[in-house]
Each structure stands twice: as structure tokens, then as C-alpha cells.
Design a protein around this ligand. Structure first.
Ligand code: SAH
Ligand code: SF4
Ligand code: F3S
Length: 474
């Protein structure tokens, strides 16, 4: 079967998109008759950027249904939590926040409470919501976000709860309106789902099988963004390196990067996340050669011990990972590498953990996201014996962070007195402008707010372990 028909097969059909547009109009009329002015919708997304990108589409649909988006939850007429299931802590926060809505719901009967995202794709969570949080109106999983208009209409029209968690392998929903949170930074999901089944991870269960978007659609979306003045485009996927990895697809990730790099305009291309097992020298060479591609690689290693990596089903070794980094630094000496690591995977010993410490000393990451292992129901690792206490794992984690702190400080110190091109993004807590270098390191400097959204040359004057301070060089 050809690639195009494969993509069509898993895509939401144009007829379905039209049907949802009709529901949008119905909700719009309902909302206009119920509320004196545009009702307020508060949308909060937890978890990864892929989920944030979904959140921007949910917001886009709400706007088309007549809602105005608000930043504060108080007095909202619709509250939507787009949830994450990656660790227990993420789920606990959602339960806490939903519990707090009970009173609001009873004071405003026309208010709608909606829960969606990865956490809701798990049946046991939906069951718990139904039993313990009966004031929630709509619950739906990750494969049907394009049906929000239909769910909302059903909820208004019948007053009954809507629970929709279809357990399929996932679809690709194009044609959705997007409410972009920023006017100069944009997310483009290039693929959805994951096939890797790392033994600790819930993502393959809640996001379905890996599927890539059509390269033509991605390139057109990027062109439109650049034409509208966007300065940074981040390509998203759980494992972007396996983009287009089907027979005869004709466009792998490196080829996609080249096509995007060829778009005229002054902008930066970023991407995440890369999986070491699929990160090729072709991709690293492409990064090095494409001037618009940021010299930043987020390459999670998870553990520095081969036995643990094997139990995690990561399908690379410590040696292969370090070899990959050496090659990456050889073709991009200025490259900044960041990573993810899990401490206390079931069965990991202190000696094995020390291999993780030695790996970070060799790898010289700019920064790292560090996580204590969290058992996820339904995953393989959740069934493995896990004798080490949380307290002990916490001690290991602190040991790791201390080592990384020294490495990060050396890295930022080496940048002092040098000048970097920075995308100015926001005003920091200290009242300075906050921007990011190509290597994704935060730099703060005094400047007028009018620089926000543009690239500026900034000279580093001081390093503060993880971030930099500087001054405009022009
Ligand atoms: N697809 C990406 C990671 C997505 S999840 C990749 O493969 O690298 C982001 C990070 O959360 C992971 O890299 C991992 O470090 C962490 N993580 C995932 N599941 C976890 C769990 N059960 N407990 C603790 N950390 C976890
Ligand atoms: Fe989870 Fe592994 Fe897939 Fe990343 S590659 S999302 S860690 S299963
Ligand atoms: Fe969380 Fe789902 Fe992303 S579990 S990390 S929001 S894919």
C-alpha cells in the first residue's frame, strides 16, 4: 500500500471534520443563548510539549465555539484539564485540582468541567473519576480530541455525563484550528504515539502506535508560520528520529529537517525528543550542515548501566550512547546536549547507579531532567521487584544533581565574555529580558521589552550555574 493511502487510512476523514464543524455551530448557538457575553474557558495542560500542542488545538476549537480563553480559573464557565500520566506525581496534582472544582460547579450549573489527555486514556482513572468526582461533565481520551465539539454539544443537550475513551491505535487529526500560545514560537507535532515500550513508560499505552504526519503538510505549516513572523519552530514527537521510518516513505527525519531548513526566512528549528537507538550519523551531519537547526540535542539516556538499560528495553548500550555523543561533538563542537535520567529503576543497585554518575561526568550535559522512578500500572516494570526505598532513591538523586551542578557550572562559566545569538522571549522574575541561546541555555539581560520576539546578539557577563547573565552586544 502506498504511503499516502496509509496516512489517509489513519487520518480523521474530511467528512468527520465537517461533522465536527456542524457541532461547533450548534454549541455556538447554544452558548449565545445561555450566556449574556462570551463565556470564559480556562484550559490547563500538564505534561510534555506534545500535550501542550494538543492543548493549543483544544483552545482553538473552544474559541470557534464562542468561548473566550482566560488565564484565571475563577469565574470560568468551562474548565478543561489536559492531563499527563507519566509519573504518579503528575496524576496526583490533577486529582487535587479537580477536587477543588466541586464547589464552583455547584455554584454555576452551566459550567462545564472537562478532563482529557493521557491520564484519561487509562480505564482505571476514568473509573475513579466517575466514582469519586461525579461533578465532572466530560472525560475523553487522547484519540478523540477532534470530537470536543460533539462531546460539548451532547453534554449541553442531554445534561448527561460524556465518557469517551476509545481504545484504538490512534489517529491523525488534521484541519483543527490552533490557538498558538506564542506569537513567535510554535510547536509542530510531526508524529504521534510511540512503539518503543520502554518498560517503565506509560506513553505507548495512552498514545497508541507511532504514526507520522505527511511531510508536505508539515512543510506547509512551517512555511505559513514563518510567513506570519514566527522565529522558532519546534518539531515534536516521542521519538522524532523514527519519523517516516516506513518502507518507501521517502522522507526520513534528516530529510524533513533539510526541507524545513530550505524555507526562506530568519528562524530557528528545534526538535524533541531524540531516542539514541534511532539517532544516526546522517541526522547529526544534517544538524551540523543546516544553519537554521539549533545546535541543541535532547538525547535522554535514562541510565549509564547496561544491565539496567537492557531491563528498561532501551536497545542501546552505555558505550553506544557515548560513541554517539562523541560523534555529535566532533561534527558540532559547540553542541549543547541535554538529557533525561531515571533514578531507582526496579532492581537498580547503588553500584549500577554509580555508572549513571560516571556517564554524566563523561557526557558533559548542559542540563538534565532527573526523575525518580514511578511505577505505572500496566507497564512491565511495574511488576518487577523494587526493594529500594523512596528515601534511598531520593539520596541517590541528590548525589546525581550535585555532580551535574558542577558540570553545568563549568559549561556556563566557559561561555562568559562570548557573544551569542539569542531569541528574546519574555520578562524574567528579576525584571530582565529572558532569552535562549541556540544551545537552549537561558540568558537574562537588561533591555527594552520591545526586543521580545526578535533575535539579538547578547554578550555573556556572568554565569549562574544553570543560566547566564549578559548585556546586549549591539
Ligand atoms: N520519548 C521520550 C521521553 C518521554 S517521557 C524518550 O524516549 O526519551 C519524558 C521522560 O520521563 C523520560 O525520558 C523519562 O526519563 C521519564 N519517565 C518516563 N516514564 C517514567 C516513569 N515511569 N518514572 C519516572 N520517570 C519516567
Ligand atoms: Fe516512553 Fe520509551 Fe516511548 Fe520515550 S521512547 S515515550 S520513554 S516508551
Ligand atoms: Fe505525559 Fe502523555 Fe506527554 S503521559 S509526558 S502528556 S505523552
Amino acid at each position: 500500500m502506498s504511503v499516502v493511502s496509509d496516512i489517509k487510512k489513519i487520518s480523521v476523514s474530511h467528512e468527520e471534520a465537517l461533522k465536527q464543524n456542524e457541532y461547533k455551530q450548534l454549541v455556538r448557538s447554544l452558548v449565545e443563548s445561555k450566556f449574556d457575553s462570551a463565556p470564559k474557558a480556562f484550559v490547563h495542560t500538564y505534561g510534555c510539549q506534545g500535550n501542550v500542542a494538543d492543548g493549543e488545538r483544544l483552545k482553538g476549537m473552544l474559541e470557534e465555539m464562542g468561548y473566550s480563553l482566560v488565564e484565571e480559573l475563577e469565574n470560568a464557565d468551562l474548565i478543561l484539564y489536559n492531563t499527563c500520566a507519566i509519573r504518579e506525581h503528575a496524576e496526583d496534582r490533577v486529582f487535587g485540582n479537580v477536587g477543588a472544582l466541586k464547589k464552583m460547579k455547584y455554584e454555576n450549573r452551566d459550567m462545564k468541567i472537562i478532563l482529557c489527555g493521557c491520564m484519561m486514556q487509562q480505564q482505571h482513572i476514568a473509573d475513579k473519576i466517575r466514582a469519586s468526582y461525579p461533578f465532572v461533565d466530560i472525560v475523553f481520551g487522547t484519540h478523540v480530541i477532534h470530537k470536543l465539539p460533539e462531546f460539548l454539544y451532547r453534554s449541553f443537550a442531554t445534561g448527561k455525563k460524556v465518557y469517551e475513551l476509545p481504545d484504538n491505535d490512534g489517529v491523525i487529526a488534521e484541519e483543527l484550528p490552533v490557538h498558538r500560545d506564542s506569537e513567535f514560537k510554535a510547536w509542530i507535532p510531526i508524529m504521534y504515539g510511540c512503539n518503543n515500550f520502554c518498560t517503565y513508560c506509560i506513553v505507548p499505552y495512552v498514545r497508541g502506535r507511532e504514526r507520522s504526519r505527511d511531510p508536505e503538510t508539515i512543510v506547509n505549516e512551517a512555511k505559513e508560520l514563518v510567513a506570519n513572523g514566527y522565529k522558532e519552530i519546534t518539531l515534536l514527537g516521542q521519538n522524532v528520529n523514527s519519523y517516516g521510518k516506513y518502507p518507501d516513505y521517502g522522507c526520513n527525519f534528516a530529510a524533513l529537517l533539510r526541507r524545513l531548513n530550505d524555507i526562506d526566512g530568519d528562524f530557528t528549528i528545534r526538535f524533541m525528543t531524540s531516542h539514541p537507538k534511532d539517532c544516526t550519523s546522517e541526522l547529526l551531519d544534517t544538524m551540523a550542515e543546516c544553519e537554521k537547526v539549533a545546535k541543541h540535542l535532547h538525547l535522554p539516556f535514562q541510565s549509564g548501566n547496561n544491565r539496567v538499560l537492557n531491563d528498561m528495553n532501551r536497545r542501546y548500550t552505555r558505550e553506544k550512547y557515548l560513541e554517539l555523543l562523541n560523534y555529535a561533538y566532533s561534527v558540532m563542537p559547540e553542541l549543547s546536549v541535554t538529557s533525561d535520567v531515571i533514578v531507582g529503576f526496579p532492581g537498580e543497585t547503588y553500584e549500577e547507579f554509580l555508572d549513571t554518575v560516571s556517564l554524566i561526568k563523561e557526557a558533559k550535559f548542559t542540563s538534565m531532567y532527573t526523575f525518580i522512578y514511578s511505577a505505572r500500572e500496566g507497564t512491565k516494570a511495574a511488576k518487577m521487584p523494587d526493594p529500594i526505598s523512596k528515601e534511598e532513591k531520593g539520596k541517590w538523586l541528590r548525589e546525581l544533581i550535585e555532580v551535574q551542578e558542577v558540570i553545568a557550572a563549568e559549561r556556563t562559566a566557559s561561555m562568559v565574555r562570548k557573544t551569542f545569538r539569542v531569541l528574546c522571549e519574555s520578562i524574567s522574575k528579576s525584571g530582565l529580558i529572558e532569552g535562549r541561546t541556540s544551545g537552549n541555555i537561558i540568558i537574562e539581560f537588561p533591555a527594552d521589552a520591545s526586543v521580545i520576539g526578535s533575535f539579538r546578539k547578547v554578550r555573556v557577563t556572568e554565569s549562574l550555574t544553570w543560566i547566564l547573565r549578559g548585556e546586549l552586544a549591539e
